[in-house]
Design a protein around this ligand. Structure first.
Ligand code: AMP
Ligand code: MG
Length: 442
């Protein structure tokens, strides 16, 4: 039996190099970049003020205090967005705003709150501290009283201190999050090359399955189909595009028809159910009849058996097979099948551990691991089985990890309570207080 890591390695090795496309930055969140993106500008692009106030020479105001203000001559005004070509001389100040370029000659900005502009009714400098602070008078001439000393370069945001032109902003293989998008936008990236996303057919097999639509009633022996609803958002979360197919009854023909259509229309096909050893399990045989090659792995994990990974190389299509004609394929290229078990928890966990990495790697992502955090077991958790058990757990706000409840592979209520999985080795009891790694899916 393959270890999980070996199975993932084999799957990833089969995934081809990604194809690229150019898209606007506004559409790039969640996409994997195909190129190293270098900063085309320094950030900030020029020295600018961190506050609303007055640009000064620090040496002019070194002695300023509320009791002994320094009087400077106001010689100009620079709103944000304006280019100022003048220069500040000794004894002068310039009205300036957050984000305004710092004028030549100035080496500090005094906050507006530490200044006072004389009004008609009080033409002389104030003698007592505090009074009149923060008064907003917008004019470009007259005197300004500076009520506090400032150090050289105070309240100035320096040209290039955030990003230097030419430095790498993102490496190829990075999946863009909102923070990356902000950085790229700030350096003027409007369009970028990303890797294509796979379309993923999602097929549920089982004659017992009923579509959960409003007003639907279960006949005896039926259950509501739940795997496609759970897997579609997990597929979307990788950046791939799920395409939900109708429920497939357990017949060879229906299974072959559904797979044929899915393989023609999508890059990757994910099925759930119908991959066991029973005579009603048609996924494997249908895929082979269509020319696919199966690697049927018993991966040593619980929940998870059985799981099927297969490839269909369009060029090596069985000529006797008319079900999937290469000329009919709307999406050319090598196709992949992930046959997940039908039990809802098995489908969920095998998707996360075996299919998710492949969907990310198809898009060229370097990091295909599930997000993980650390926690401390609040109680012992045992795995009497000879396979590793990915146990549903609930991590509380203090990082204490509890079992989410019954762990059988059909029990959805404990999955709904869980916010992570922990990997419990075979024939092992992890004692309370053990530090564990928790895998997350959202
Ligand atoms: P199978 O893998 O087809 O043998 O199915 C294993 C168990 O999972 C059976 O009890 C099925 O009824 C159930 N099952 C299979 N597919 C689904 C599905 N899409 N939604 C809910 N339950 C399912
Ligand atoms: Mg079935």
């Amino acid at each position: 039996m393959l270890e999980l890591e070996q199975a993932v390695e084999k799957i990833l090795a089969a995934i081809p190099a990604p194809k690229t496309e150019s898209i606007p930055l506004a559409e790039a969140c969640g996409r994997v970049v195909a190129e190293k993106i270098l900063a085309s500008t320094d950030l900030p692009p020029f020295d600018n003020s961190a506050v609303d106030g007055y640009a000064v020479r620090a040496q002019d105001v070194a002695s300023a205090s509320a009791q002994n203000p320094v009087t400077l001559q106001l010689v100009g005004r620079i709103p944000a967005g304006e280019n100022f070509t003048g220069e500040l001389s000794a004894g002068q100040c310039i009205r300036i705003f957050t984000g305004s370029p710092v004028p030549r000659g100035a080496d500090a900005v005094v906050m507006q709150e530490d200044t006072r502009v004389p009004t008609i009714s009080s033409p002389s400098p104030p003698r007592s501290g505090g009074e009149g602070r923060g008064e907003v008078v917008l004019r470009a001439q007259g005197d300004v009283y500076i009520l506090d000393a400032t150090k050289p370069w105070e309240n100035i945001r320096f040209h290039g201190e955030d990003v230097k032109r030419g430095t790498a902003l993102v490496e190829p293989g990075t999946r863009l999050g909102t923070a990356h998008i902000a950085l790229l936008a700030a350096t003027g990236v409007g369009q970028l090359t990303v890797n294509r996303r796979p379309t993923v057919a999602l097929i549920a097999t089982g004659s017992e399955l009923k579509e959960p639509v409003p007003g639907a009633q279960l006949s005896p022996g039926q259950i509501f189909e739940s795997n496609r609803a759970a897997l579609a958002p997990l597929i979307s979360a990788t950046g791939a595009i799920p395409k939900i197919f109708p429920i497939v009854p357990d017949t060879a023909e229906a299974t072959r028809n559904a797979l044929s259509r899915a393989l023609a229309e999508c890059d990757i096909v994910i099925t759930c159910g119908g991959v066991s050893v029973g005579e009603m399990d048609f996924v494997k045989s249908a895929f082979e009849e269509l020319g696919g090659k199966l690697d049927f792995w018993k991966v040593a994990i619980k929940p998870g058996r059985p799981f099927v990974f297969g490839r269909l190389n369009e060029n090596s299509l069985d000529v006797g097979c008319s079900m999937l004609d290469v000329r009919c394929s709307q999406v050319p290229g090598q196709k992949f099948l992930f046959g997940l078990p039908g039990n809802p928890i098995s489908a969920f966990v095998t998707f996360l551990l075996l299919a998710r990495p492949a969907l990310l790697r198809w898009q060229g992502a370097t990091n295909v691991a599930l997000p993980a955090s650390q926690g401390i077991l609040a109680e012992p958790i045992s795995n009497p089985d000879h396979r590793r058990h990915f146990v549903r757990v609930t991590v509380d706000a203090e990082g204490k990890v509890h079992s989410a409840g019954t762990q059988a592979s059909h029990i959805l209520s404990s999955l709904a309570l869980a916010n992570g999985l922990i990997d419990v080795p075979p024939k092992t009891t992890l004692t309370a207080e053990t530090v564990v790694q928790i895998l997350h899916w959202e």
